[in-house]
Design a protein around this ligand. Sequence first.
Ligand code: TA6
Length: 293
Amino acid sequence: VTISDGSSRVTAVLPTGESVEILLYGATVLSWKDASGDEKLWLSEGAKLDGTKAVRGGIPLVFPVFGTAPDHEATSKLPQHGFARNSRWEFLGKSSNESSSNSVKLDFGLSSENLDEAARQLWPYKFGLLYSVTLAPESLSTVLVITNEGDVPFECQTLLHTYFKIKDISSVQVTGLEDSPFHDKVDGVKDKTQSSDPITFSGETDRVYTPVKGPGHPVVITDGGVAKFRVVRDNLDDVVVWNPWVDKSAGMGDFQPKDGWKNMVCVEAGAVSTWQKLEKGDAFEGAQTIYLN
Ligand code: TA6
């Protein structure tokens, strides 16, 4: 495994050729390639990579709030999706990965101490975040451990906002969410239920599912009838499915090319439909493993 630890990003390459690249800003995974160099994540050509804005694409981290929560006093003043994706994280190094020499685990940290003053003012809790990215030949795992390092309890939400690269959204199906309740953020209806059919896309889609089969049941993304990604979760009970389609893509300045919505789908593992309450010293751990089919 070779690791290049640059000033703004960390890249790891396995002996078999797979690679992952993480921007220290937001600890945002920018790229995940298989052994043949095929890119698995969608990254906008207009994504800001200079720390001036959350990255449009890859795997932005959502913490301590998903979206905005105007009626949740403690997080009501935070920017959309919180501050983790807008903060500079520290690379803590490669964890020795006993399991095999052909995988690598990279650790990143963010704590209230290294949060910028503005964010600390808006959410004055003492916390620690440890984010681990594990690259293996057929999978990428991302794990977030949230600890309450203060005396005051806090509530939080977290989500891995994964942008998957696909060939053609009109031939994409997402399975594994059948019969599951969801909040449709496009029309605002909060208590819909997915039919027994796979999810297909024919317009703006923005849904927060709580899959009935639980986190261990894979959510599968197929593209043109071929299964491409299988997402298994641990302790993340919700899955957000998002495609901005034409108008929302047009409205995002950093979304390029404008028809890029045809080549991406977000399937986002998170704990967002309720609040996780962490007492003094408590920890919350949530993980996703994405398997290449
Ligand atoms: O995950 C879906 C979502 O919550 C959408 O509602 C949309 O806002 C998307 O996140 C992107 O949000 P952003 O703040 O990155 O533009």
